[in-house]
Design a protein around this ligand. Structure first.
Ligand SMILES: [Zn+2]
Length: 320
């Protein structure tokens, strides 16, 4: 096992994934565990440190062989590594970086998971070599990350780039955050599922009803992809609506950030991106103001599930 390694950690609401990574971004070992859901930070921090120590043991490494640990967490992280908001994991108010340093005896840095996902894509994925990038990850919500001049945009409190909560339709549905017509309320997987459920309740014909019944609880990305392939009108309509909202958001974001490209990631895009991205590209191409400035591409993520882990390592490399 070579020396000078990093550990990248992706802390999610249901699972924590970690990997031993070299300075070039090659993943040497990986492992994952379930996220403790008893509402206590102690359990989550313990699970992370057990996972990291397990990787070191398995690799036959000592802590001094480790250059640092980077962790992506689902929520808002301030400049001191404290989580200001953490809707999906029991870490609110915790200085995650410092706690991990104490538990592991190694330097640690923490960032918002989607921000780090975009940083990962910029280091080794779809946005390789680009200095100005906007990333959008539709899933349960819609996560965002913005890189300006090669650096992550963090804002005053680390809360910049919450792109899911920009308003694209003031008449639209109320978002989980309380604002009406957020991108997240129109283009997340949750929003797409809601749209499909409403159509099923209205009695519209759909393969989803044949496969999952009249009131499906969860509609997985794979099932959506299958229905799209068969041109199911209900699912196609839901994706059309979501793509329109994403297109509007991207046109506005382009006017703010003038990025070289938009990267779209997450499981929904992986499974169904070909039914979202072309409409976003059309919206970008038709933008009359920027037609004369440049072209700008909407591309899918290349790193998939590894984007956050590699972005966390990129952050550790830059910071530590
Ligand atoms: Zn919102």
């Amino acid at each position: 096992m070579p020396k000078g390694l990093y550990v990248g950690v992706d802390v999610g609401g249901t699972k924590i994934a970690a990997a031993l990574v070299d300075g070039k971004g090659r993943i040497l070992l990986r492992d994952k565990t379930a996220t403790p859901r008893d509402g206590k930070p102690k359990g989550v921090l313990k699970a992370i440190s057990v996972l990291v120590k397990g990787l070191l043991n398995e690799g036959g490494l000592r802590r001094k062989d480790l250059l640092g640990v980077g962790a992506g967490v689902p929520g808002i992280v301030d400049g001191e590594g404290r989580m200001l908001a953490a809707p999906n994991v029991a870490l609110a108010g915790v200085r995650v970086g410092r706690e991990l340093e104490k538990a592991l005896g190694a330097d640690a840095v923490v960032g918002n998971d989607v921000n780090l996902g975009v940083l990962g894509e910029q280091w080794l994925g779809a946005a390789r070599g680009h200095e100005n990038v906007v990333g959008i990850f539709p899933g349960t919500g819609v996560g965002g990350g913005v890189i300006v001049g090669g650096e992550l945009l963090l804002g005053t409190h680390g809360a910049a780039a919450e792109l899911g909560h920009i308003v694209v339709d003031p008449e639209g549905p109320v978002c989980g955050c309380g604002i009406r017509g957020c991108l997240e309320a129109l283009a997340s997987r949750t929003a797409i599922e809601k749209d499909i459920r409403r159509a099923l309740r209205r009695g519209e014909r759909s393969l989803i009803r044949d496969w999952l019944g009249k009131a499906p609880k969860v509609i997985k990305s794979k099932v959506l992809a299958k229905a799209l392939k068969r041109k199911d009108p209900v699912v196609m309509h839901a994706f059309h609506q979501a793509a329109q909202a994403l297109g509007l958001a991207c046109v506005s974001l382009r006017h703010v950030f003038d990025p070289e490209l938009f990267v779209f990631g997450g499981g929904l895009v992986e499974a169904c991106g070909q039914h979202l991205l072309p409409a976003v590209q059309d919206a970008l191409d038709e933008d009359p103001l920027f037609k004369k400035v440049s072209s700008c591409e909407a591309v899918p993520s290349e790193l998939g599930d590894d984007a956050v882990i590699l972005g966390a390592v990129a952050l550790a490399k830059r910071t530590l």
